[in-house]
Structure formats: structure tokens, C-alpha cells
Design a protein around this ligand. Structure first.
Ligand SMILES: [Mn+2]
Length: 289
């Protein structure tokens, strides 16, 4: 029966996935050219979409079925060079924002976020960024490449005033300088009491763009990333942070990147799909069409 579901995010019938009537647009950016350890992030968007077709569309925490607001899956951004990929992503996202859509980008490696961040920073006033990642990603260049996955947040720093990074547990000493300008919550500071959530949200402006590198999760539940790091966040830590964020700020868009699917387990693909759907459920809870 599942085979008959359309190949879009959520496996949603045409009535709730047509572009014109959809509130949200999911844009796959299957790009993996600069990653340095395990390759395969270009297979991420397809694995997320495939997993999402096997997902329940009722969300227990919000008591909603967000697909009824319409979720359109756009054609993938295809490019063989990082600069082209960033430009094409920026163009598409700008067009969707101009049409009043809420945009979700699926990576691909983390550089897939750059075009989306540029488009959102152009469209909305005073956007700040909440960045979930094991890595600070603030090298100015890496392997001579300014658009490397390792430099994404250094590029983002050139576009917005504030970035809050959460879950960081791996970095180079050269990145310390750039981190100091912003706010950082290291993985070791995330505890059982929810004070860390307040701390994480404090510096964010009203309009927030969220970028989630899936390696922010612990490799025990998210082994399918190019650069896994021990000591990561668990599902509920991320969900609780997001729940608070969507309540207290205007989230203008988000991306979920760096899924590097494994043939041995589909659980991480499903985690990524459910995370995307959960965030959309938070975004549209209590909102009429
Ligand atoms: Mn990372």
C-alpha cells in the first residue's frame, strides 16, 4: 500500500501537496562536494523523503495534522559546484518566500544552508540564526574553499548579526575568535534542568532562522552523518528546545542537513523525517489557513 503513496515529503496526496495551495515548501538540495570524512550526504534528501512516506501524519504533542495546511515538495536543486548550488538555492528560496511560503531546505551537506540563509536574511528583517551542530563550522576557509561545510557559519556571520550555536563539541582553536562574537552553548552545558533552553534563546532576535546539522544528535541515535561526534543531544532535548523556540520567536524558515544514509539502518532517516514534520507542526499549530 505504501508503494502507492506519492513520492513527496509525507507521501501526501495532491490535494495537500500542490504548490499553489501549500503553506510550506520542502526544497531538497542533494549536494555533497566538500565533505571530508564519510561521503553520501547527497543521498540525504531522498532518504528523508522516503522515510517520511512511512510516517504517521498526526502529531501527538501539538494534536495537529500539519499536512492539512499543505506541504509541497519542490524539485531538487542540482549543481556540481558549490557556488552554483548556493545561487540556485538562493533563487528558489527567494521565489518561494515571495509567494508567501514557509521554506524547509533538506541537505545535502551543510553548505546547502548558505543560499537559504541569504534568501531569508534578504526577505525578513533582523534575522538571527539558531544553529544546532556538533561543530562550530566557523573556519574562514577549508581546503581553500570558502563554501566548505566547515565554513558555513563563518559565511552566515557575514549575513546576520546574531548566531546562537547549540550542541557544539568539536572545533579548531582558530574558530574561538569567531565564536566569541556570538553565543555558544556547548554540548556539555546541556543538562536535565531546562535553564539551558532559556540561555540558548536569550540572544535571538524576533525573526529566527534555524539550521540543524543532524550530527548535533548523539551518534547512538544519529549514526548516519559524515562526521559523527560522541556526547550529542538526545531527541527530547532538541524537541524541547524547538518547542520553546517556536513559542517564543517567529521562526521564518529552517534547514535539516548532513544526513548521510546508511544501508544498515533506516532509523536515522526516520528521525530526520520526523524532526522536519515536528518542526512544521510547531510552526503551524493554532494557525488558521
Ligand atoms: Mn557538523
Amino acid at each position: 500500500m505504501k508503494q502507492t503513496l506519492p513520492f513527496n515529503f509525507g507521501g501526501i496526496p495532491a490535494a495537500f501537496s500542490a504548490y499553489r495551495t501549500s503553506r510550506a515548501v520542502v526544497l531538497p538540495v542533494p549536494f555533497d562536494k566538500t565533505s571530508t570524512y564519510v561521503k553520501g550526504a547527497d543521498k540525504g534528501p531522498r532518504a528523508i523523503i522516503n522515510a517520511s512516506r512511512n510516517m504517521e501524519l498526526y502529531d501527538i504533542e501539538t494534536g495537529t495534522e500539519v499536512y492539512l495546511k499543505g506541504i509541497h515538495t519542490a524539485k531538487s536543486v542540482l549543481a556540481s559546484r558549490a557556488r552554483d548550488m548556493v545561487n540556485k538555492t538562493r533563487e528558489k528560496v527567494s521565489r518561494f518566500l515571495g509567494d508567501g511560503k514557509f521554506v524547509v531546505v533538506l541537505g545535502g551537506e551543510h553548505s546547502a544552508s548558505v543560499g537559504s540563509i541569504i534568501a531569508h536574511a534578504e526577505h525578513f528583517e533582523d534575522v538571527s540564526i539558531l544553529h544546532l551542530d556538533a561543530h562550530s563550522d566557523r573556519r574562514d576557509t577549508y581546503d581553500g574553499e570558502r563554501l566548505s561545510h566547515a565554513c558555513v557559519m563563518a559565511r552566515a556571520q557575514e549575513l546576520v548579526n546574531t548566531i546562537v550555536s547549540v550542541g557544539i563539541r568539536s572545533m579548531d582553536s582558530s574558530e574561538l575568535e569567531r565564536l566569541k562574537k556570538d553565543t555558544v552553548l556547548y554540548a556539555s552545558e546541556i543538562g536535565a534542568s531546562k535553564d539551558w533552553i532559556k540561555k540558548a534563546l536569550k540572544a535571538l532576535s524576533k525573526n529566527v532562522y534555524v539550521t540543524i546539522d543532524l550530527d548535533v544528535f548523539d551518534p547512538s541515535i544519529m549514526p548516519s552523518t559524515g562526521t559523527p561526534e560522541p556526547g550529542g543531544m538526545d531527541w527530547y532535548a532538541v524537541v524541547n528546545l524547538m518547542e520553546a523556540l517556536f513559542r517564543k520567536r517567529n521562526v521564518v524558515g529552517f534547514d535539516v542537513v548532513e544526513l548521510c544514509p546508511s544501508k544498515h539502518t533506516v532509523a536515522p532517516d526516520f528521525l530526520a523525517a520526523k524532526l522536519v514534520y515536528k518542526l512544521l507542526s510547531f510552526k503551524f499549530r493554532g494557525k488558521d489557513r
